[in-house]
Design a protein around this ligand. Structure first.
Ligand SMILES: Cc1ncc(C[n+]2csc(CCOP(=O)(O)OP(=O)(O)O)c2C)c(N)n1
Ligand SMILES: [Mg+2]
Length: 781
């Protein structure tokens, strides 16, 4: 028999039949099912049989997943086989304890569903396997274990990426209680986070566990239960024998529990103790379950390529279905034929549901697939951004109505940003601000100064030095209703944690069909041009890794008044539509006061009062230098804007060339409409992009312009030139000037561009003619 699933099933059937043949006299049930199944456990006969049924169901789901795949009706075959007893962990928890699950935690999923009335876990899993649009969690977008009524957050394959947010979620439960914010489940809930043995070596898992222990060490409550489903393998790589216990056992602050994860009663009892410890002590807890991997890593896995058949058979001899079936028979909980009937009924239910699931529709358009990615309720977001009903809280926060920041004199970007954050903290009681050095130190550049002092304890806090944990904290807190505003100290340091946004935060709305979200505004001081603090890491100018994340918004203000108005909109986008907003701040402009001449105060702004906000994706046009007949349009943002405005003055005063300057402000989405409008006036566009030539915003701008003009019958594509940062890291010291756009360079390029003829209507005519030709051809054929 080459199909290993058939081998396992045949073993089980032999067990059913041999038991009844051997003990015909004992065919009637011999024990009281309300009693524990043996002296060593609290698991009753009833519960044991229910759990056994879950095991049967989950096994049949795994077999069915492969049958669906063979019929090209199912698309995922990573099984729970051999891990099914994780059902007993669910039985030891409450169905309201939030869970982030390993992809083999099918037993947990089904068992938890049994605890909540009205659930259809079999059908739900099959709808997910068949990628049906009716899948209640992802709507046909991915195979995940997730369910809103079951408090299981959708999770799929990335190893350990869920750990940081699980820890963040656990900390956030306690933070919500401390701040008096409502919780959607009981206050003594704990978070469960499961993974495989190989996955626990991942730096993300280790970092998250470290963050939990770091917090716990300081007496902060962190009610998280880590569960390791240890099958001794990571695809083909063996975990060294005893490694998990050696690495995770006996650590200060982490209580370690171990059980035979094949044995229902042992797992249930140990899980109960672990859960009890975690719930009572509000402390990180580790539950180590020894399990076995059956049916290979996934359906496509040829196990024989890296394991010999004897090893595979040894694993099969430990099948938890057989083991617990034998226990049930030996304890007299049921007869072989009764259990076989239970198994067959499970099989029938799964197969019936599978036929139905396979007949359900798939998502059938890009628009429908993308629907949850970037929701935007423009009217509501605008109203929320302009909402000014928090006057009392503001006055309290700023120390009186006569000390409100809008009454102060014009100030630079860093100060207005700081006030903007104060203002937001007054507006949103659920807002949290955290990161490295952001509390007493006020951040590296003082942007978060006094935030901690002016708010109740626990809303503004320093984290440990680990960007993955910072973002994980944001994800976990956001999923609980907070509005996190984490800070990543420098743009370069976002990159070592970017999967938390790329793989986790940005996928939540996608994987939950828009039902769940993790709104946040991620502040990142970035870009180049810092004086006195040079080199690549403090002057990272590449935002390519932000731009390719579906659904996110990127804001990059250049000056204080815009920064405040944009922050209000960013917070509103997060609150209303659950969006993730990157807020990339130009460090080099934080303290800039002047624009054109020393002492002119041209880069200082008055704090915009509540009610003023900058609309998402709306650029700002500076045409003071343009005159009646501007020669070119300069498109830029952040540091590039400041340089472009200075260059525009030189162009006008020294060369009599008018240039209008567009500040994009939002780098995703781009305001192509305004860019085109301004470009059409001049027929020449100079893009000043302080990011890199490759992967930078300028690429999107050129493409956007070309596409926009291709669709226009009136007007020709303007001449477009790019002035970008080079494709290099920024060097230390004055040499950095060679690789970034500067004022002189803008002037030179603008002069050269202005000397060329602007695009003329002829170009458009030529294109129109070509189209006419095509039409003619088509008609002729
Ligand atoms: C970050 C990451 N790297 C690699 C993979 C590919 N991968 C999928 S499962 C797996 C092995 C995981 O082993 P383990 O954590 O022990 O879980 P098991 O499958 O044995 O239950 C690997 C390497 C992945 N999903 N994520
Ligand atoms: Mg493993």
């Amino acid at each position: 028999m080459s199909n290993r699933a058939d081998v396992l099933e045949a073993n089980l059937r032999t067990l059913f039949r041999e038991h009844d043949e051997r003990a015909p006299a004992g065919l009637a049930r011999s024990v009281d099912l309300a009693q524990p199944v043996n002296e060593d456990t609290t698991l009753t006969g009833h519960r044991f049989l229910d759990l056994l049924e879950t095991l049967y169901v989950v096994r049949r789901l795994d077999v069915e997943a492969r049958a669906l795949k063979d019929r090209d009706e199912g698309y995922y075959t990573i099984a729970s086989a051999g891990h099914e007893v994780n059902a007993a962990v669910a039985a030891a928890l409450r169905p309201t304890d939030p869970a982030f699950l390993h992809y083999r935690s099918g037993g947990f999923f089904v068992e938890r569903a049994r605890q909540v009335p009205g659930q259809t876990p079999i059908f739900d899993i099959l709808l997910s396997l068949t990628a049906s649009a009716d899948d209640p969690i992802s709507g046909g977008r991915h195979k995940v274990f997730g369910s809103i009524p079951l408090w299981i957050y959708p999770q799929t394959s990335t190893i350990a990426s869920h750990f940081p947010k699980a820890v963040g979620h656990a900390i956030a439960i306690e933070r919500a209680k401390h701040l008096g914010l409502p919780l959607p489940f009981p206050g003594d809930s704990i978070v469960v986070c499961s993974a495989g043995d190989a996955g626990l070596n991942h730096s993300t898992a280790l970092g998250a566990a470290n963050a939990a222990l770091w917090a716990h060490y300081q007496h902060l409550p962190v009610p998280i239960l880590f569960v390791c489903e240890d099958n001794g393998l990571g695809i083909s790589v063996h975990t060294p024998s005893g490694w998990i216990e050696k690495r995770w056992g006996a650590q200060a602050g982490l209580e370690y529990f171990h059980a035979d994860g094949l044995d229902l009663a042992a797992t249930f009892d140990t899980a109960r103790r672990a859960v009890e410890h975690c719930r009572r002590r509000r402390a990180p807890t580790f539950l180590h379950l020894d399990v076995v991997r059956l049916l290979g890593h996934a359906g496509s896995d040829v196990e024989l390529a890296y394991r010999d058949i004897e090893e595979i058979k040894e694993g099969e001899a430990r099948d938890p279905l057989a083991l617990n079936t034998r226990r049930a028979l030996e304890a007299g909980l049921a007869t072989g034929s009764e259990l076989e009937a239970l198994y067959d009924a499970s099989r029938d239910r799964v197969e019936r549901a599978s036929r139905e699931a396979a007949s359900r529709p798939h998502l059938d358009s890009a628009a429908e697939i993308m629907r949850p990615l970037a929701p935007y309720s423009a009217t509501e977001v605008r109203a929320e951004a302009e909402r000014d009903d928090y006057a009392a809280a503001r006055a309290d926060h700023f120390g009186g109505v006569d000390r409100l920041p809008e009454l102060d004199k014009p100030r630079p970007l860093a100060q207005l940003l700081n006030w903007g954050l104060h203002d937001s903290l007054a507006k949103y009681p659920e807002m949290l601000v955290f990161g490295e050095d952001i509390a007493k130190r006020g951040g590296v550049y003082g942007v978060t100064a006094q935030l901690a002092e002016k708010t109740s304890a626990g809303r503004v806090f320093n984290t440990l030095l680990d960007e993955q944990s910072i973002l994980g904290m944001a994800l976990g807190a956001a999923q609980l209703g907070f509005l996190p505003v984490p800070e990543i100290q420098y743009l370069a340091y976002y990159h070592n944690a970017e999967d938390q946004i790329r793989g986790e935060a940005s996928t939540l709305q996608f994987f939950s069909n828009g039902e769940l979200s993790n709104p946040m505004v991620i502040r990142i001081p970035g870009w180049g041009y810092q004086r006195g603090f040079g080199g690549h890491f403090h002057n990272d100018n590449s935002i390519a890794a932000l731009r390719d994340v579906p659904g996110v918004v990127i804001a990059s203000p250049a000056r204080g008044d815009d920064a405040v108005g944009m922050l209000r909109t960013a917070m509103a986008l997060a609150r209303i539509d659950g969006r993730i907003v990157f807020f990339v701040e130009p460090i080099a402009l934080y303290r800039t006061r002047d624009l054109l001449d020393e002492g002119d105060g041209g880069w200082l702004d008055v704090f915009p009062a509540p009610g003023i906000a900058v609309e998402l994706g709306r650029a700002r046009v500076y045409d003071d230098n343009a005159g009646d007949n501007p020669a070119l349009t300069i498109v830029s943002w952040a540091n590039g804007l400041w340089r472009s405005l200075r260059a525009a003055r030189v162009l006008r005063e020294q060369h009599s060339i008018g240039a209008c300057v567009v500040d994009l402000r939002w780098l995703l989405p781009l305001d192509l409409e305004t860019v085109c409008e301004q470009a059409s006036k001049t027929g020449r566009v100079l893009i000043v992009d302080e990011g890199r030539r490759t992967g930078g915003v300028s690429e999107a701008l050129v493409t956007g312009l070309v596409e926009a003009y291709a669709d226009r019958t009136a007007g020709a594509l303007p001449r477009i030139e790019r002035y970008c940062g080079e494709d290099t890291f920024i060097p230390l010291g004055p040499s950095s000037g060679h690789v970034l756009p500067d004022e002189d360079g803008i002037v030179q390029r603008a002069l050269a561009l202005a000397a060329k003829p602007a695009a003329t209507a002829g170009v458009a005519t030529a294109r129109t003619d070509v189209r006419a030709d095509d039409k003619h051809l088509a008609e002729g054929s």
